[in-house]
Ligand binder design. Sequence first.
Ligand code: TMP
Length: 253
Amino acid sequence: MARRKKIYEGKAKIMYEGPEPGTMVQYFKDDATAFNAEKKATIEGKGVLNNRLSEYFMTGMTQVGIPNHFIKRLNMREQLIRSVEIIPLEVIVRNFAAGSLSKRLGLVEGTPLPRPIVEFCYKDDALGDPLVSEEHIIAFGWATQQDLDDMIALALRVNDFMSGVMLAVGIKLVDFKIEIGRIWENDFHRLIIADEISPDSCRLWDIETGRKLDKDVFRRDLGSLSDAYTEVARRLGVLPTNVTHATKPTLIN
Ligand code: TMP
């Protein structure tokens, strides 16, 4: 993999030029950051788990017809994806109050919301990804009204899909963040899910115990982040074989 052209390096991933036009290779690092990179750590194995988990969710979305950038996993840390023109917005969907919504509106974390709430943040690290309204998005030309309608519809489909997948393994999907990109076909474009879907970008709570199984474990110093992500991967049956713990042989009578 020597001398590949690096296109972009972010906090948790690196993008390389892909083997064919219109493709990129997405590499998952072990780095974890929080609070706009004020807090940083390397969590051994996080990149491997997120590569597998994002593959699992994107593949499932493809199977139910939710368009996304995933093509195939290449190895433990890399996947081949379609290159898109990223819309500079973080799209957040919330089912229960938590995090910044709880702070902003004084809501107890875990309070069920009357319906899923979609929020947009403008992707700008220097500004700390501020919350923006649809008015801002249209006025500043980050997306058109049609894009916005499509983004909301896509985000709600992802929410239904992810909520069901998680419920099946005893996990509550509290909220999540996605990024969406444009794919151009002649003069027209359509929107697809890009970036990643992983416990870095979701809030996942065990339904029985309320145990946090997402990046809040790191943000709030609640224990081992890799144990939490491994638990999510184990429940979904997507643990890479060399990360599973060996068990003693059992005698068969
Ligand atoms: P928030 O409550 O901090 O606004 O986060 C909402 C959701 O978005 C939560 O699932 C975590 C995710 N998220 C990211 O993926 N990246 C970020 O930079 C932030 C702040 C949140």
